[in-house]
Design a binder for this molecule. Structure first.
Ligand code: BYC
Length: 483
């Protein structure tokens, strides 16, 4: 059935999916809503529930002017259900059903697989809010505090988006899955989030910016792959989510970029040329570049695990079924079936890392990961290394080898340094602190985390942004505490 396009803002749940005409679904969502609000208050941003925050809210699904800015108390944020406009006559773009009309209902034979993909995607969204819940107390500025909250409310909207799909299309087990999304918690021993990186701590603002740079970029790749889905409601949902995701990555790339800019400026002012002179750099109240490199090593490697194993029958099945495609599938020129195609995969053979041509269908996780690595590497150059070069400092941030520090897939069983040289467990233990943040590195970063709440002021370790949000001036009060 074609769905309504206009956004209805009158009801409890703003939507463009014709909720008013679907009483069963509206009741299901309205009965899930109080639990979600409880979850937000208990597991969302700690200590700022009654503050007024200058947030953007999605108001329309047109690419131009889709959001509106204004002061909002976070629990009153309008978490809407918004799908990108339908593409008339859309057909399944890949897999065994290629060329058939895109599904408007769940294809019965692929129901379990589709539900699993939606649940995994849905699980990551509240997980990230939980991971970031304590950061508000140490924000380096009101501008950054507002950006954190913007990311948090939008991740919660993405949770809504997946819950809508579960409740509308999966009946009773969809409703149970929706409840479980509020029951699992990041880092919880008994009931953890589904994927590894979403159970890691986000202890400080450098971790937050690294997470939004690296892990939200996995979100971008996975959402692109799901946006190709033959299940049209999933495709349309993900297409709209990608609009919001882009801003999250901007916060990450510019956040780390501003830290780098401040570090380089402080080094120049103090006449320090050697980035490895860590103690002197740290005494300036800024984060040394080698520590930033180690944090990048950590977040990059944790995020690579989110792509699953290089060789995966799950990924092959999801592609064959027409449920999850490749990055920019509709722009690739091949048969979109991959029956006889091969793809080069990095593998471990007799203690060496080698490239092997393997069936492309089973190598889809590897391919998406390759696309991710290329995307991340170019962003590192553009946003971080240019800033270092502009300051005239002889240093560059590099992404480590994909075999470095892995828990999932081909390289989980070995240890490798950031260049991909394989080493024994003993050497790894001895040299780990060269590659990954040590307790002392983390303690130093933690020592800098003191809140700055004066409008227009910034912590010593981060440069102000070149422009405000929504064209606001530098001293704009993005968060008002005393309301
Ligand atoms: N941790 O065939 P395999 C985002 C499991 S981020 C724990 O190797 P598959 C966001 C796997 O579930 C994007 N378990 O891999 C970012 C499977 O278990 P079952 C989130 C893992 O299935 C920032 C078994 O190992 N979206 O949006 O092809 C803030 C064998 O799996 C892990 C998605 O991920 C792991 N890291 O691929 C907020 C898209 N990796 O089923 C939000 C939907 C694998 O045998 N998800 N396993 O019990 C998927 O497409 C796939 O589930 C995965 C795994 C890519 C995650």
């Amino acid at each position: 059935m074609p769905e309504a396009i206009g956004v209805d803002y009158d009801g409890l749940i703003p939507n463009n999916v014709g909720l008013n005409a679907d009483r069963r679904l509206r009741r299901a969502l309205e009965s899930w809503y109080p639990g979600c609000l409880d979850w937000w208050k208990e597991h969302g941003p700690e200590g700022f529930q009654s503050s007024l925050v200058y947030l953007r809210t999605a108001m329309s699904v047109e690419p131009e002017g889709w959001a509106k800015f204004g002061f909002v108390r976070m629990p009153e944020y309008r978490w809407g259900i918004l799908l990108a406009p339908p593409v008339r006559g859309r057909r399944i773009p890949f897999g065994a059903h290629r060329g058939e009309p895109a599904w408007q209902e769940v294809p019965g034979e692929h129901r379990a697989m589709l539900r699993r993909l939606i649940v995994v995607q849905g699980d990551t969204e509240p997980a990230s809010v939980e991971q970031q819940r304590r950061l508000g107390r140490t924000a380096p500025s009101l501008y950054d505090l507002r950006n954190l909250f913007q990311v948090n409310v939008e991740e919660a909207r993405h949770l809504w988006a997946m819950v809508y799909l579960l409740q509308k299309y999966f009946g009773r087990d969809g409703r149970e899955e929706a409840e479980d999304l509020l029951r699992r918690h990041s880092g919880n021993e008994d009931s953890p989030r589904l994927l590894g990186a979403f159970n890691e701590a986000t202890p400080d603002w450098l971790a937050f910016f690294m997470f939004t740079f690296f892990t939200d970029r996995d979100g971008k790749m996975q959402l692109h792959a799901l946006a190709q889905s033959g299940f049209d409601p999933l495709s349309r949902t993900c297409r709209f989510m990608l609009l919001e995701e882009a801003h999250h990555m901007f916060i990450g790339q510019s956040g780390v970029g501003r830290i780098i800019e401040r570090t380089c400026a402080a080094m120049r002012e103090a006449g320090i040329d050697d980035p490895a002179d860590i103690e002197r750099v740290r005494r300036l109240g800024v984060i040394d570049l080698p520590t930033i490199q180690k944090r990048a090593n950590l977040h990059f490697s944790l995020t690579l695990d989110l792509f699953g194993s290089e060789i995966s029958t799950n990924a092959a099945n999801a592609f064959n079924a027409g449920l999850k495609g490749r990055y920019l599938e509709d722009q690739i020129e091949d048969d979109h079936l991959l029956v006889d195609a091969t793809y080069p995969v990095l593998r471990l053979k007799d203690g060496h890392i080698v490239k092997q041509d393997l069936p492309a269908l089973s190598a889809l996780n590897m391919r998406l990961r390759d696309d991710y690595v290329a995307d991340a590497a170019s962003a590192v150059e553009r946003w971080w290394n240019r800033a270092i070069a502009r300051a005239g400092i002889g240093y560059a941030i590099h992404l480590p080898h994909v075999a470095f520090n892995r828990r999932i897939g081909e390289f989980a069983a070995i240890h490798a340094d950031p260049e991909g040289n394989i080493m024994g467990a003993e050497e790894w233990q001895r040299r780990r602190g060269e590659f990954l943040p040590s307790a002392a590195d983390d303690a130093f970063v933690a020592s800098l985390m003191r809140p700055v709440t004066e409008p227009g002021q910034f912590a010593s370790w981060i440069a102000p942004p070149p422009a405000g949000i929504d064209g606001k001036p530098g001293d704009f009060e993005y968060v008002k505490f005393s309301q």
